[in-house]
Design a protein around this ligand. Structure first.
Ligand SMILES: C[S@@+](CC[C@H](N)C(=O)[O-])C[C@H]1O[C@@H](n2cnc3c(N)ncnc32)[C@H](O)[C@@H]1O
Length: 239
């Protein structure tokens, strides 16, 4: 693909991820995706593993799994790829072509995920999706049903200073003005739900620092006029 053509095509798309396409071209995503990658504890070597990326959007993490040696990667999404979402599938399709990637894709809702629809996968990524789920436990049951070895779950959290498992409910668009943000579980609730759906070993890998959590919470509290105690966590969960 010619460099000028690629630059022009990249410029026509609204990107979420910052994907290095080579030749000095990085997609201008809103999300600082390389910084997020650094928090995940993404296995360095995925040699021989199959990977499922649920809610892949532009596909950064799917392409990264392939780069780290995964034998097969399946990227799935629905809200952004075919639904009313914040973006489209154009970014994923262009990045896959530009990278010469063999990542497979399937447009499917989280709640339709099962061994029959997507198969079983050694490693399953569930990044930035849990709080968009109207039925979070049901979504985690779907995640567990297709996880062969481990899942990496990255999510926004709330009620940070409450130690018992608990979830904040966002009935309107009060969480970041986004009506698709339904629930803010605290870290204890994320761990408890992962265990409840069947994962035997659940470990907290990353938690956003307290100063950064406080800064985000203060901003949201002022804008939305409701008390937020938000942050981000990453859990690793083994079957
Ligand atoms: C915040 S983005 C996260 C994208 C990517 N996983 C990441 O961490 O950068 C949430 C993604 O979940 C997808 N999503 C939301 N609801 C979904 C649903 N019910 N079924 C499938 N995908 C969904 C959206 O389309 C979007 O791509």
């Amino acid at each position: 693909m010619a460099e000028d053509q690629l630059r022009a095509d990249v410029g026509r798309i609204k990107w979420f991820h910052r994907i290095d396409l080579g030749r000095g071209i990085v997609t201008p995503g809103d999300d600082d995706t390389p910084a997020k990658l650094a928090t995940l504890g993404f296995p360095d070597d995925l040699g021989g593993k199959t990977v499922l990326d649920i809610g892949a959007w532009d596909g950064f993490f799917s392409f990264e799994a392939e780069r780290r040696g995964a034998s097969r990667v399946l990227a799935t999404d629905s809200f952004c790829w075919g639904g009313p979402g914040w973006g489209t599938k154009a970014g994923f399709d262009l990045a896959r072509k530009a990278l010469g990637s063999r990542v497979e894709d399937k447009e499917i809702d989280v709640l339709d995920i099962s061994p029959e629809t997507v198969g079983m996968h050694d490693v399953v990524l569930f990044l930035g999706v849990l709080y968009h789920m109207r039925h979070p436990l049901l979504a985690l049951e779907k995640l567990f049903s297709v996880t062969g070895e481990m899942a990496i779950v990255e999510t926004g959290v709330d009620l940070n200073f409450y130690w018992q498992p608990a979830m904040a409910f966002y009935p309107g668009s009060e969480a970041a003005g986004d009506p698709t943000n339904w629930w803010g579980p605290n870290a204890a609730a994320v761990a408890a739900m992962l265990k409840d759906v069947g994962f035997r070993t659940v470990k907290l890998h990353y938690r956003l620092s307290i100063p950064r959590s406080l800064a985000r919470s203060a901003r949201q509290t002022m804008v939305q006029r409701r008390l937020f105690q938000i942050g981000r966590v990453v859990y690793h969960a083994w079957r």
